[in-house]
Design a protein around this ligand. Structure first.
Ligand SMILES: [Ca+2]
Ligand SMILES: [Ca+2]
Ligand SMILES: [Ca+2]
Ligand SMILES: [Ca+2]
Length: 510
């Protein structure tokens, strides 16, 4: 692999022009990580000996994958003087000498790592998995995972049998063509290599302090001035949500001022939100940044959404991990039979509506900042703390409608196993989807199309416990500092079965 500086040297007259004008110069060439499936063989080719450096300008259209990688290596001592302006400042410092990382592509796919080992455009294809579980994945050469702008996404195990297969990897950011934005777009470890430009657009990558993690229900500011400081004719923000986006009847986030420099959005769900900023400059040129905002809460967070959430009331329950007693004290309706062996609408919100008082499983309270941005934030602020476990919101059609419902345990204990259940209070048709987040990472998506519950109807909760779906068991891993680091999600099936949804009617069993 040649150094990227070599490409700059060969277009020196263009460099001078670009730096004098202080405008980005883009050659339009996809290097080696564009939209096409990555190919190990291109980058693995040994550089040919071209017989020394050429100072002949290279036409932009000639700059393809091979053109870049075929250039001979140049010793740093050779390049040291090229950009020496005599005063120590180097207008073309961006894109300084940098050796691209190896792609790491292999001949065969490995299972269980979420990587596209064989660089065919699919991660963990043909690998068995447990339906409903979710893993991190990356679409790109394995060696570029977590480098530059590249970011892992997630993939869900799909299927209705004992084993399923992974869906396409979504929600991450793959290597793209290098553009003049002070960011390593093709994720080879070098930013703006070969472009010899001065970036006006400064796009953020993962871990950039300008794009910190968000909190569910917290307002997330989008500040265009942090990314572009030049003359702007038009700002445009676009936001794409997570797995519930296609389930709920309305977006999983509210937006503000998306056509202004300073916009914002408010996510109602955990997960990764993909943000795209498009800037149209005073001269009509357009620049784009795409980045991911990770919205996360600590500990275990279970989120329920369903397609008919404006007309049907479905309730989320999380069982006390210390016992396996029935979900309800009888088969009578939840209004009479809900108990404190689970966290639910009656005992887990800021304002308690049930007869049993607030649920108490022995967890300390956590700072009110963990819960005060939710719909009932004022209630938690009045209490001065967040209880654990707790509900942020009960979508019961009157207090809230068309929104997800969730249960949080900020500080579970290591090794505890939590069972999740959804009860259809209205009793009419609903296709619920449950997302499980552990330490802020999505680890389970259960009930998602095309593997939806075939029939989740039953009696009204006013008369009986009706239709209940035992969703999954979640065994959490917690480190010595108390931080939840992960979990194992085990989808539940009818007793004695290895597949299928455990849905019952008027049966309160655990
Ligand atoms: Ca593959
Ligand atoms: Ca793999
Ligand atoms: Ca790069
Ligand atoms: Ca770049």
């Amino acid at each position: 692999m040649t150094t990227r500086r070599a490409a700059c040297l060969s277009v020196l007259p263009l460099v001078a022009l670009a730096c004098a004008a202080e405008t980005p110069v883009q050659f339009g060439g996809t290097l080696d990580g564009g939209a096409r499936p990555p190919d190990a063989r291109v980058d693995a080719a040994a550089p040919r000996d071209l017989g020394g450096r050429s100072d002949t300008p290279v036409a932009p259209v000639d700059r393809g994958v091979i053109a870049v990688d075929d250039r001979p290596a140049v010793e740093p001592s050779d390049v040291a003087n090229i950009y020496d302006t005599g005063n120590g400042s180097d207008a073309c410092a961006v894109g300084a000498a940098c050796t691209a990382r190896p792609d790491g592509c292999e001949a065969r796919e490995r299972c269980g790592n979420g990587l596209d080992d064989d660089c065919n455009g699919q991660s963990d294809e043909a690998c068995p998995c447990i339906p409903g579980t979710v893993q991190d994945c990356f679409l790109g050469p394995p060696g570029r995972q977590g480098v530059g702008q590249c970011r892992a996404g997630t993939q869900r195990c799909q299927g209705t049998g004992e084993f399923g297969s992974w869906t396409a990897c979504g929600g991450g950011i793959s290597p793209g063509a290098e553009t003049c934005d002070n960011l390593d777009n093709n994720c080879d470890g070098c930013a703006d290599e070969g472009l010899c430009c001065r970036a006006e657009l400064l796009c953020p990558g993962p871990g950039d302090p300008r794009v910190p993690d968000g909190r569910p229900f917290g307002l997330y500011p989008l500040r265009g001035g942090m990314f572009f400081t030049g003359d702007v004719r038009r700002w445009q923000w676009a936001i794409r949500g997570g797995p519930c986006e296609s389930v709920l009847p309305r977006p999983t986030f509210e937006t503000y001022g998306l056509d202004t420099r300073d916009g914002a959005f408010r996510p109602t769900l955990s997960g990764d939100y993909t943000i795209t900023l498009t800037v149209t400059t005073g001269t009509g040129a357009t620049f784009t940044c795409t980045f991911v905002v990770h919205v996360a809460g600590p500990g275990l967070r279970v989120e329920l959404c369903w397609d008919t959430s404006t007309t049907v009331d479905v309730d989320l329950y999380l069982h006390d991990p210390r016992n396996n007693r029935p979900w309800f004290s009888s088969a009578a309706g939840p209004l009479d039979s809900a108990n404190n062996d689970s966290c639910n609408w009656s005992n887990c919100e800021a304002n308690i509506r049930g007869r049993m008082g607030r649920v108490n499983w022995g967890y300390p309270t956590t700072p009110v900042a963990n819960c005060d941005s939710g719909p009932f934030g004022a209630g938690w602020r009045a209490l001065g703390m967040c209880s654990n476990p707790r509900l942020d919101i009960d979508n019961n059609l009157s207090k809230a409608s068309g929104v997800p419902e969730n249960v949080n345990v900020d500080n579970p204990r290591d090794g505890e196993t939590f069972r999740i259940m959804a009860q259809n209070f209205t009793g009419t048709r609903a296709r619920p989807v449950v997302n499980v987040y552990c330490g802020g990472r999505l680890r389970g998506t259960l009930g998602a199309a095309p593997d939806s519950l075939p029939d989740f109807t039953g009696a009204s909760g006013y008369t009986s416990v009706g239709a209940m779906w035992r969703v999954a068991d979640v065994a959490v891993r917690v480190d010595a500092s108390g931080a939840t680091t992960g979990c194992e999600v085990t989808p539940l099936h009818p007793p004695g079965m290895r597949a299928g949804f455990d849905v019952t009617r008027n049966d309160p069993r655990y």
